[in-house]
Every structure is written in structure tokens, then in C-alpha cells.
Design a protein around this ligand. Structure first.
Ligand code: 6GP
Length: 791
């Protein structure tokens, strides 16, 4: 390993050890590790070909992979080797790991789920490709100026990406615009614009080197580099214009989470990566099959929400226009390959494209969508329409072109059946199924929490890493005093490390014995960071009113970004920072209450915060959080949840036991019922003197003394259109927080509850989720050889 690293340093980086920077060392290490994946990767491809295996194609606009170096090293079981080699070379392993930029090719839950799924597919040995976009700029970087969010472009590709292989030979033309010709029963699309999609491959190797799949990200390139005529005329800007336009398609990730951005460029991005992926998988299929009617036996395409929903019409187009299959046969054939996952019920997230726009950019696809629509209406008269009020509704399109549609938690799936797709569900009663989300235990325990990982492994070996249900054996350790002490100590160590980091980065001193209460996720009204903040102010008031009470010291930690155009979310960010300024400087609550909000929350920060958390805030309005996956990461790392009966919280609570979970709030049914009452928010505020006081303080400028009107909008919203029922759940939330306070006072009991959480989370491994998809949706299996190896 040492020699390999030095060789890489010299021959790939062109540096000698005396002049190498941390970046050089990291690249040398990464390339060395990458070399070790190649055999497994190639062999997996060969085995999949030999076995003529069905392949899974996971199409996703987002893969929120974060840093890869630790996953790569640990899945290859190279930790000790790499660490040892670097020590011998006088280098610091941790410094090198932390030098890797966090690849933020996604917004939040949907993108991170795709990344966890890639790890599980490889670990289970299921032949799969992840297909997405190689964004030049990932999710924006966030900083705060006077408490307000500032966005700057993210630049992960300013450095070479260590893990990818560029594939200049894997390139497909992607067409837009133009018109369609119908001649002698043959249809021809004459596009007006063309770009090239070039593949970049990142190998994804499973735990213990079992199997290697590929994350294939497409980058947009111009068909011709530049216009020489313009250049020779001296018009240099014009010479580069078409090149710049082409590259725009993969330039930046849209920074929206669960909202519809509805922009022309976004539609082009969606079609760009979907069409490239379909050309690629068709090429692979036709290499060793000639009968397209067998396609569904070899190809499973999973649509990660509606962003790739154009895959339906695109696959039909390829089958009909390029391979001469009848339309009537092509539609069910495509459907047998396709499945669709719904990730949210929020109406503002349901993608719609104006018919005029879709028809202008994808004229042939609009024709095919009309035919799909007619076919559906003929077979199921009165079916909900894809085309309505001049829009193409992508949810309906995805549903109608999928043989299975899945929700991401038990509750969410029931709500999908009852609300957004109620009518389609009546027509296709077996199409909607549930696959509750999961998380990869490799990243979310093994790598992010070495203290707890070693404790567990010492107690029971490392079988749990690929079989997380084994953690149930930990329940017996509850009465093992030495184990429990070590369990508590590992949490205490993580909290001390986090306190150091927060001291350095935010300049705020924390007491590691205080309760670390953490809410990290996108800032959104339905997630109710505002309710958490109002409760913090109420607690501050109570602490000041009763200074002699035995208060449980708290640290409230917030993390998360707001979509740049989401003004209410940005006000909430500012309010958190303004309140923090006042409370953190109040001598009356010193040592008892602190608020920290480190900027630029990302996957790497989550890996730091989650292992150091005591209390996990999962407080969305019931019925609004489709699943949540952060909730699972916290519980696995021994945090207790304070939460509503929403998304996967419901199933987490069932697994960990209601006595180990702080429940509060209205249920989904009660939420819908409450909204029918006129003036429900005012009534709730009037019934809660505590809430009234907090809202009064915010409204009169207690936290913005030089701009007292700053939060009138926020307070007014709570009085007049509190759609997410912050006011109605406030008292119940406050009470649950006091139950948490009391429980925390008994450290041993708290630790026992925390252990029950860790020990009960096995079911939430994304390995279980992927097995469910493979069985119920894809009918995909590991080829024989891989099964033998893991047996
Ligand atoms: C998210 C959901 O909000 C979250 O509850 C879920 O855990 C996650 O998907 C994975 O299923 N949805 C999105 O991020 C999104 O953009 C369109 O939905």
C-alpha cells in the first residue's frame, strides 16, 4: 500500500513526497484504493453478463453521495492498511479523509436515499446502475450574514473527482425541439437541437468487497466544440455560444426540495439524463438479446419520483420509432419495465409541464403522451387524465406507465391511495405498494460512529454490518453494567468532539453534559423548525421566571438550507439566528440553554452531528413527511425521538417501543379535521398563554430590537394561515419536551432507552428496503456466483 501510494503520487500526480500537499496525498490514496476496486467491479460485470441477469436501473435526478473515501476504504476492508501506510509515510489519515469535498449532487431525502440504495444494491450483489446527472455545481453553499442565508455556488469539480472514470467513448446524442413527420406509416422526429451526453462512472463496491455496480452520471457536451467561422470573423463570444448552451444542461442542480421548479432548463435536464440512460440500457440489452419483447425479463427501471417520468414516452418512442414495434404492444412492454416511487404528497411538488412547452421541446413525446392518454381512456373510461387544463401531469403519467407505484412508509402509502392517486388506485387496485425507506448501516453507523461501532463489534462481531437485525442481541446488554457504562461513554465522547468542533467553527462553548437536541433537514414550514424555536423561547421564559428550578441543560442545534426563493423559510432561518443571539448572551440562562446553527449543513455535517445527539426532532405536521430517513439515522445512533405520528416515525415507534419515544401532536386524520374549523389557529393561541407570550415577544421585536417589525410576517402567518398547525400542536409539543427533560435527569434510564433504540433499528437498514424492491417490484436477483460468495 505504501509503495502504491508513493507510485501514484509520483506518476499520477507528478509530485514527490517532500512537496506533496494534503490534496496530493488524498488523490494518491484515493487512486490507490480505486485500483483495488477494479477487479471486483469487472468480475461483477462479467458475472452479470454470464448469468444473463436482470439489471436494475435506478434513474434519479439526485445522488447525494457526500464524501466517498471512507465508504470505499471500509467496504474494501482496507482501513488498517491505509491508516498504517499513511502513518509510516508521516501523514494524518483523518486530515486526508476530511480533505475530500462533499459531493452534494442532491437536495435532501430523495437524493440521499438514492445514495443509500446504491450501497445496498452492491452489498446485496444485485446487478444495478444508478443513472443521474454529473452536475458541475451541486447544492449551493450556505453562509449567514447578519443571520440571513447567503448562497454561493458549490464547486466540487474545481478539483479532480478521485472516484470517477471518464468514458469519452460512451456518448449519446440527445435531441430537442423541431418537428415530427408522418410518412407511409413511419414517424420521424426532426429535432432542431442536439447535445451529447458523456458518461462518467463511479464504481460502487458493496460491504466486504462482494460486488461492484456503477453510478453512471451524464455530462452535457456540445456536438461541435465551437463555431470556427465566427471565430475567424473575430466574434469570439458567438464562437462559444452553442458550446456554453449545451454545457448549461449539466451545469447546476436545481436547489428545490419538494417544490416544483417548472423551468424549461429543468425539463431539458430531466429528458437529457433519462434519454441517455435509456439509450445506454437498450444498447446493453441488444448486445446479447435480439427479441425486444423479452425486455422486461432483463430490465427493471425505477423512477425516483417523477423527475425521470419522461422515460415512459421515451421508451415507447424508441420501441416504436426506432425498432418498429406496434404502439399497442410498446406501451404495455414499456410499462412492464417501469416502476415509480412517490416521495411526497405536497401539492406544490407534483410536477406539471405546460403542453405548449413540452410540445416545443419534445414534440414526438407529446404525441406519444396523447396516445397513452387515449389508450388509458379507452381501457378505463373516466380514468384521471394526464393532460388537463393545458398541462401534462407527470404524476399521472408516471403512474399510468408504471407496473408498480410505491410509497416510502406505511402511512405515506395509505395516504397516496387515499389522496393524490385515489382515482387511479380504484382503477388499478394492486399497483400501489409500500416500501418503507431505509438507511445504509455502513455509512450511518459503521463509518460515522467509530466509538459505538467498536463497542458493538467487540460485543458481537461485525456480522451486524450486513445484517442489521442482529442488533437485537444488544437488548440483553441492558443489564450489563460495564457495557452500559461504555455505551454512555461513547455518546459522551462524541458530544465532546462535537463541542470542540462547534467551539472552533461557531465560537460557541457547549457543555457536553447538556442534552443535545438536534433538528437537521431542509428548512420547510411543514417540518416545523419554527415550532421548535417557539418552544425554545418558551423554555427560556420559564427558565428566567423560575431560576431556582432544577432545569435540564439543553443545547438546541439546527442545521439546514432553504430554497433560495422560499422567503418564509428564509425568515425562519433569520429568526433562529436572531433568537440565538439574544439567548446565547443572556447571563440568566447561561449554562442552561444554548442555540447553535452551524451554516452549510450537508451529509458530512450530518455524520458529525448524528452520533453526538441525544434527542432527534421529527416534528412535521402529521401526513406531510412522506417517510424521513434522518429519523432512522438518529435512532440507530442511540438518540431518542420526539415526534409526531408521521411518515416512518410511526414504524420507528412500533419497533423501538412507545416507552422509548416522545410522542405528541395531532394525527394525520385529526390534522385534516382541524383544518375544517374556522379560526383554529387563533383559538389555539388564545388557549395557550405560553404561546401567546412568545408570539407577543417576537411581534414586538424582542429579538430584532433595531428592526422591530422584522417578524410581523411570520407572526401574522401563524395567526391567519397556519396551514401546518404549529399553533395547534404547540402545547402538546411543549409537554413532550418536559417529559424528555425529566427522563434525561436519570442518566442510566436514558441510556437504557437509547440502547433500545439502537437495538431495535435493524429493520430500517436499506438492505431490507432493497430486498423488498427486488422481490415485489423488480424481480431481480443476485447472480449465482455472488450468492455463493455471500453464503
Ligand atoms: C423526501 C421526503 O420529503 C422524505 O420524507 C423522504 O424520506 C425522502 O423523500 C425519501 O423518500 N422527498 C424529497 O426529497 C423530494 O424531493 C419530491 O420529493
Amino acid at each position: 500500500m505504501k509503495d502504491d501510494i508513493l507510485n501514484r503520487l509520483q506518476f499520477s500526480l507528478g509530485k514527490d513526497a517532500d512537496h506533496a500537499s494534503v490534496y496530493d496525498w488524498r488523490m494518491a490514496v484515493s487512486l490507490t484504493v480505486r485500483d483495488q476496486m477494479v477487479d471486483t467491479w469487472f468480475n461483477s460485470t462479467k458475472e452479470a453478463y454470464a448469468a444473463s441477469s436482470k439489471r436494475v436501473y435506478y434513474l434519479s435526478m439526485e445522488f447525494l453521495i457526500g464524501r466517498l473515501i471512507e465508504d470505499m476504504i471500509s467496504n474494501l476492508q482496507l482501513e488498517d492498511t491505509v491508516r498504517g501506510a499513511l502513518t509510516d509515510l508521516g501523514q494524518d489519515f483523518d486530515e486526508i479523509v476530511h480533505d475530500e469535498p462533499d459531493a452534494a449532487l442532491g437536495n435532501g431525502g430523495l437524493g440521499r436515499l438514492a445514495a443509500c440504495f446504491m450501497d445496498s444494491l452492491a452489498t446485496l450483489g444485485i446487478p444495478a446502475f444508478g443513472y443521474g446527472i454529473r452536475y458541475e455545481h451541486g447544492l449551493f453553499e450556505q453562509s449567514f450574514a447578519q443571520g440571513q442565508q447567503v448562497e454561493r455556488p458549490e464547486t466540487w469539480l474545481n478539483q479532480r473527482h478521485a472516484w470517477e472514470f471518464e468514458r469519452p467513448e460512451v456518448q449519446f446524442p440527445i435531441c430537442f425541439g423541431g418537428h415530427v413527420d408522418h410518412h407511409d406509416g413511419k414517424t420521424t422526429w426532426h429535432p432542431s437541437e442536439k447535445v451529447l451526453a458523456t458518461a462518467y462512472d463511479t464504481p460502487v463496491i458493496g460491504w466486504k468487497n462482494e460486488w461492484g455496480n456503477t453510478l453512471r452520471l451524464w455530462s452535457a457536451e456540445p456536438v461541435s466544440q465551437f463555431d470556427l467561422d465566427s471565430f475567424n470573423r473575430g466574434d469570439y463570444l458567438a464562437a462559444g455560444r452553442s458550446e456554453a448552451l449545451a454545457r448549461t444542461i449539466s451545469r447546476v442542480l436545481y436547489p428545490d426540495d419538494t417544490t416544483d421548479s417548472g423551468k424549461e432548463l429543468r425539463l431539458k435536464q430531466e429528458y437529457f439524463f433519462t434519454a441517455a440512460s435509456i439509450q445506454d440500457l437498450m444498447r446493453r440489452y441488444l448486445q446479447d438479446h435480439d427479441d425486444l419483447r423479452q425486455l422486461p425479463e432483463h430490465v427493471a427501471i425505477q423512477l425516483n419520483d417523477t423527475h425521470p417520468a419522461i422515460a415512459g414516452p421515451e421508451l415507447v418512442r424508441v420501441l416504436v420509432d426506432e425498432h418498429g414495434i406496434d404502439m399497442a404492444e410498446a406501451i404495455p412492454l414499456a410499462r412492464a419495465c417501469l416502476a415509480y416511487t412517490n416521495h411526497t404528497l405536497l401539492p406544490e411538488a407534483l410536477e406539471k409541464w405546460g403542453e405548449w412547452l413540452l410540445g416545443r421541446i419534445l414534440p414526438r413525446h407529446l404525441e406519444i403522451i396523447r396516445i397513452i392518454e387515449e389508450t388509458q381512456q379507452r381501457e378505463h373510461p373516466g380514468s384521471p387524465r394526464i393532460l388537463e387544463h393545458g398541462d401534462v401531469r407527470m404524476g399521472e403519467l408516471a403512474f399510468i406507465m408504471a407496473h408498480k407505484v410505491n410509497g416510502v412508509s406505511a402511512l405515506h402509502t395509505e395516504l397516496v391511495k387515499e389522496t393524490v392517486f385515489a382515482d387511479l388506485h380504484r382503477i388499478h387496485p394492486t399497483r400501489i405498494i409500500n416500501q418503507t425507506n431505509g438507511i445504509t448501516p455502513r455509512r450511518w453507523l459503521y463509518n460515522c460512529n467509530p466509538g459505538l461501532r467498536d463497542l458493538i463489534t467487540d460485543a458481537m462481531g461485525d456480522g451486524w454490518v450486513a445484517d442489521l437485525e442482529q442488533l437485537t442481541a444488544l437488548k440483553a446488554k441492558r443489564d450489563d453494567a460495564a457495557f452500559m457504562q461504555a455505551f454512555q461513554a461513547s455518546k459522551r465522547d462524541n458530544k465532546a468532539a462535537l463541542s470542540n468542533w462547534i467551539g472552533q467553527t461557531c465560537g460557541i462553548a457547549l457543555d457536553p453534559d447538556a442534552m443535545f437536541d438536534v433538528q437537521i433537514k431542509r428548512i420547510h414550514e411543514y417540518k416545523r423548525q419554527l415550532m421548535n424555536l417557539l418552544e425554545t423561547v418558551a423554555l427560556w421564559n420559564d427558565m428566567r421566571d423560575n431560576p431556582d428550578h432544577d432545569w435540564t441543560p439543553r443545547v438546541k442545534i439546527f442545521g439546514g438550507k432553504a430554497a433560495p426563493g422560499y422567503y418564509m423559510a428564509k425568515d425562519i432561518i433569520r429568526l433562529i439566528n436572531d433568537v440565538a443571539e439574544v439567548i446565547n448572551n443572556d447571563p440568566a440562562t447561561k449554562g442552561r440553554l444554548k442555540i447553535v446553527y452551524p451554516p452549510n449543513y450537508n451529509v458530512t455535517m450530518a455524520e458529525r452531528l448524528i452520533p453526538a445527539s441525544d434527542l432527534s426532532e421529527q416534528i412535521s405536521t402529521a401526513g406531510k413527511e412522506a417517510s424521513g430517513t434522518g429519523n432512522m439515522k438518529f435512532a440507530l445512533n442511540g438518540a431518542l425521538t420526539i415526534g409526531t405520528l408521521d411518515g416512518a416515525n410511526v414504524e420507528i415507534r412500533e419497533h423501538v417501543g412507545s416507552e422509548n419515544f416522545f410522542l405528541f401532536g395531532l394525527t394525520a386524520a385529526e390534522v385534516m379535521e382541524r383544518r375544517q374549523h374556522h379560526g383554529y389557529a387563533r383559538a389555539a393561541i388564545e388557549a395557550s398563554p405560553r404561546l401567546q407570550r412568545v408570539l407577543g415577544q417576537i411581534a414586538e421585536g424582542r429579538f430584532a430590537p433595531h428592526d422591530t417589525g422584522r417578524y410581523h410576517g411570520v407572526v401574522g402567518m401563524l395567526y391567519d394561515h397556519d396551514y401546518f398547525l404549529v399553533t395547534c400542536d404547540f402545547d402538546s409539543y411543549f409537554d413532550a419536551q418536559r417529559r424528555a427533560d425529566n427522563a434525561y435527569q436519570n442518566a442510566d434510564n436514558w441510556a437504557a432507552m437509547a440502547l433500545m433504540n439502537t437495538a431495535s433499528m435493524g429493520w430500517f437498514s436499506s438492505d431490507r428496503t432493497i430486498k423488498g424492491y427486488a422481490r415485489d417490484i423488480w424481480n431481480a436477483h443476485p447472480p449465482r456466483a455472488a450468492m455463493d460468495r455471500s453464503a
